[in-house]
Design a protein around this ligand. Structure first.
Ligand code: HEC
Length: 110
């Protein structure tokens, strides 16, 4: 019986730790995860990181935004980093139901 309680306690602890919310970088407001530093270095040069973190798009939308900035705002070619940046953005700043009510993306108005 005692051992069962131990197992239960262990599982509860594991559950608590694995469901902890994603950590956010206080300086930029961006979620700390794989490639976030790459995003900080490439995406906060011309504007605030908030412009990134306040947006929600699917992968295609993020890619279109990048293309639009490259075309209109001198964003440099991101090379191999583009895939990694898109992986990060798709994972953490994707469209959610709540964000679905946002205004239309500027990119669509070209
Ligand atoms: C070379 C400069 C530059 C860099 C670097 C840059 N952007 Fe931008 N970005 C802009 C400009 C200029 C705007 C328009 C700002 C405005 O409307 O106030 C913009 C706007 C945006 C918007 C808002 C688009 C919209 O529809 O309202 C998002 C999201 C965004 N950038 C994401 C990114 C991401 C992600 C990266 C990194 C891959 C990045 N930016 C890097 C120049 C840049």
């Amino acid at each position: 019986m005692r051992i069962l309680l131990h197992i239960l306690a262990g599982l509860t602890l594991l559950f608590t730790f694995t469901t902890v919310r994603a950590e956010v970088d206080p300086a930029t407001g961006l979620v700390i995860d794989q490639h976030w530093q790459l995003v900080v270095s490439q995406c906060t040069v011309c504007h605030s990181a908030r412009l990134v973190s306040q947006n929600r798009m699917n992968r295609r939308g993020w890619q279109a935004t990048i293309k639009w900035m490259q075309k209109k705002h001198n964003l440099w070619a991101l090379g191999e980093n583009e895939t990694l940046i898109l992986d990060y953005l798709e994972k953490h700043y994707n469209i959610t139901e709540k964000a679905g009510i946002r205004r239309k993306n500027l990119v669509n108005n070209l």
